[in-house]
Ligand binder design. Structure first.
Ligand SMILES: O=C(O)CCC(=O)C(=O)O
Ligand SMILES: [Fe+2]
Length: 343
């Protein structure tokens, strides 16, 4: 029964089903409240996709943030605050509907363009994570919109508007990163950014946040992710061997680089390991992910490799990478191993 696989169902029983209990060595160690936040990087985009930026200063800030923390938060990114509020509202509403209303979209096949599911790869994992999700493709919007949830009634309209704006923002960031890496100006346009997904994560309150995890340590598989985490904490990044909490700043987006950008940059830029801790309140986040098309060939860019810095990865199709990722998502070393060229 799919319903039993939704965390939502387990929660109704007010106790943690044994298959969701994280082994002791992987449980979050620090659960002290109030949370202590580090001074993490914030980048002002001065209006976002259409804004007038000091490009070289912004590129420097991005590279420094990635080098030191592996992520950054954006302010003035051009996505209107009212739109973000609506996006959060329809996302929360989707998970507040009776569970039966979500079940028609339940599907365990990761290749389906629109689906509701739980945890990561429910069928293949030893332990499950305290997260339900709605994930769907969204570029081009017209191709997928009619497949998205029809309830809440404003869902399609709000998410369509958001998908277009957040895509423009991501392409702007890729453009800056491209310039910073010294790649040809249109490097990321086309197949490398062809696929776009919206992922709405819903973390129900955990009966005991010290025993569950919303998401385990991972690096996103795609090129770049733009996350809206609302105003609740839960997102952590691994910095110098320690998990640090990232402050959910109002009206910001958080940016993490995925495996593909790390590979294309030949490890000049790193994807950051992050996870989500459980809390005792419901938390909903919206992640927008830019991926290559499934048959796109990915490899370290010629511009960043030479005799002194030879390619550290072989060429592969994104499909190959995704297949490997789905079997090894919680082991970031194992994920990239089949694609590494050993020195
Ligand atoms: O929900 C969050 O805070 C992070 C989600 C995430 O890491 C992901 O969807 O890959
Ligand atoms: Fe992630």
């Amino acid at each position: 029964m799919p319903m039993e696989k939704l965390v939502f169902y387990g929660f109704k029983h007010q106790q943690i089903p044994p298959s969701f209990i994280i082994p002791p060595e992987k449980r979050p160690q620090k659960l002290d409240l109030p949370v202590v936040y580090h001074n993490t990087p914030i980048i002002d985009l001065k209006g976002g996709a259409e804004g007038a930026l000091d490009r070289s200063a912004t590129i420097q800030q991005i590279f420094k943030a990635i080098e030191e923390f592996g992520f950054f938060q954006l302010v003035n990114d051009g996505i209107p605050e009212e739109l973000m509020e609506e996006v959060m509202e329809v996302s929360k509403e989707f998970f507040e509907m009776p569970v039966e209303d979500r079940l028609s979209l339940y599907c365990e096949d990761p290749m389906q363009p629109v689906r509701v599911s739980s945890s990561i790869v429910y069928e293949n994992e030893e332990v499950h994570y305290w997260r339900d999700k709605l994930r769907h493709l969204c570029h081009p919007v017209e191709e997928f919109k009619h497949l998205w949830p029809s309830k809440p009634t404003k869902y399609r309209e709000v998410i369509a508007t958001y998908s277009v704006k957040v895509r423009a923002l991501a392409l702007k960031l890729l453009d800056l990163i491209c310039e910073g890496l010294g790649l040809q100006p249109d490097y990321f346009n086309g197949e490398l950014s062809q696929m776009q997904s919206i992922l709405i994560n819903h973390y129900p309150p955990s009966p005991d946040p010290s025993l569950t995890l919303g998401l385990p340590k991972h690096i996103d598989p795609n090129v770049i992710t733009i996350l809206h985490q609302g105003d609740l904490y839960g997102f952590q990044v691994l910095k110098d061997g320690e998990w640090i909490d990232v402050k959910p700043l109002p009206n910001t987006h958080l940016v993490v680089l995925g495996h593909q950008l790390q590979i294309i940059s030949n490890d000049k830029l790193k994807g950051v390991e992050h996870r989500v801790v459980s809390t005792n309140v419901p938390r909903t986040t919206i992640a927008m992910q830019i991926h290559p098309s499934m048959d796109c060939v990915v490899e370290p860019a010629k511009e960043v490799t030479d005799d002194v810095n030879p390619a550290k990865y072989r060429s592969f199709t994104y499909q190959e990478f995704v297949d490997s990722y789905l079997t090894s998502v919680i082991d970031t070393q194992k994920t990239t191993k089949p694609f590494k060229i050993l020195a």
